[in-house]
Design a protein around this ligand. Sequence first.
Ligand SMILES: [Zn+2]
Length: 696
Amino acid sequence: MSQFDIFSADSSEQSPSKRAEELRAIINSADHAYYVEAHPIMSDREYDGMFRELQDLEQHDPTLLTPDSPTQRIGGSQLKEFVQVMHKKPMLSLANTYSEEEVRDFDERVTQGLDNPHHPYVCELKVDGVAISLHYRNGVLERAVTRGDGEIGDDVTANIKTIKELPLKIQHIPFEELNQEMEIRGEVYMENAAFLALNQAREEAGEKTYANPRNLTAGTLKQLNSKEVAKRPLKIVCYYLDGNSEKTNISHAENLIHLKTMGFPISQYSKRVDDIDAVSRFLNEWEYQRDQLPFGIDGIVIKVDSIPQQRILGTVARAPKWAIAYKYEALKAETILQDITFQIGRTGVVTPVAELEPVFLAGSTISRATLHNEDFILGLDIRISDTVIVEKGGDVIPKITGFIASKRHPDALKFSFPNLCPCPINSDLHHPEGEVHYLCMHPECPWQIRRRLEHFASRDAMNIEGLGEKVIDQFVELGLLHSIADIYSLQEKKDSIQSLDRWGLKSVDKLLESIEQSKNQPFRKVLFALGIRHIGEGMSKTLAQHFGSIEALQNADLNQLLEIKEVGNSIANSLIEFFKDEHEMSMLNTLKHADLCMSIDESEMAIRTDEFSGFSIVLTGELSALTRKEASEEIEKRGGKVTGSVSKKTTCLIAGEQAGSKLDKARELNIPILTEQDFLAVIQGTLPLTSFLGLP
Ligand SMILES: [Zn+2]
């Protein structure tokens, strides 16, 4: 019988709110016991029973759902975008050092700064993850914000709540002051094993894989759907406590103990040491042990332990003078360069790739690494059959950094870039003057076509759902697609598609429907989707606004193009070449006939005004009628500028629901504040913006 059976007995006699409170407490302690202490206090069955009971109670009476409820951990909220939040105290970044000598120099500066040789340090493993700031009020997690630029970050509370080892409500608060308000900082990360498993699953599903655990962690925190986040095993380690209390102003090591007392996961490897010699020993110990850890670290953080001493030392240029990050040298391995193969991008750029004899390095097996371009290979003078050095730095993307001369085979041939595209067409490769890349320019290069099709159909371009990498590969292989233009005649090939493996009437109809839908994508998206070299999303928008239509853009000469502030020679030349190219023009013609949007529509044209010219506008909170991106576009269309933070220069603030610090700041500075309704009235032309600004 477990110690909690007492709670499940006679639950019917309790009021639902009392029972919900009790269940929350029990489940939260069970989570802590399981995930932090690794000592389960109840069976899975008991746990699931209570969890479901709590879910039922909350479903029956939503007022019983509290922010600290463990049912929040399975996610559920789907956001349109993250609310940006200003950090109460900026999240500083640490200065990096790469040698022990520099660490000694740091120690000397600390001694001088304090005028005191006695200053113990705390050494911590620098976990390679994503920094986060957590705010607790009355012991309950209120908000979690990413580091962002150090001043402003994204509110990712719903995502952070899915991390089971993080307390949503603190059971034992060591002293009263912490009850009111405290900020805790930590690193969200993913263990190597979880990373490898997830990446493998993604690869099998034909999805993009991540380069390293940190990228996957960052990508996960950026998910707008917290249910998706809950599926990924994020972890957190906490390393900073600010509690507006004298007791938290004594020593960093003591604060770590306070964190532990409150149930926060802290690193078991942190160590308080007396002097710099002990710091050195710590660095050396971990130099050899770090690849035994279940997670990646890229160094050691060394902090002055005494908080009064930290204060004396202060900060310089947004970096504290009382702490430093010692970065380990990248991990290295030797392996054989078996071959150099080539990848072709959508603009025809040919990228050489090293095919390596698989080698295990820092948590993963490496069998390929990019060689970037010809200059990179010639610079290193690596040759096929060489024993090469592979390194994994802080970002874990494997890099080839050299070869072992003594192991070179005497017959090893110097690398030379092929003259022909390795694709089945074997067309000539071009090497444009002044560029490092070789390009396959053949309009029918099947490798390039696949990448172009993928780009065209991608979400930020034409957003054709169901036309992903796998489907494109299949269609190109079977000759159903030869170029972008073919997409809009797939309708005629409906029967052939339907008879293919894994296709049915329903899935074909769905695909054709989303192709039809894509015809509504605005001109700027079409322009981006064309995949013209050097023309990214931002540039497409600029060109669409400036010229208004494909004809006007096509007729622009070099000087007219260069008149645009953001357009330089490469962009201008790339546009001119595109419009000179026969194949591209016949593709463009087909797209025109398919009724794609080739100009900005009249309503867009009509409101391209300077109404907001010179205005600097800040958006905050959750908008309901528009997404943040749409609101920004409305402002930019009218010549206004959207900025991230409120200052004296801000013209006005548009505040949606649950606006936070930006709203406070705007009030403080007397900046005019508009509600979403006000803003809608302005963009619908009912009221001029100036009527809200106290201007004539
Ligand atoms: Zn080719």
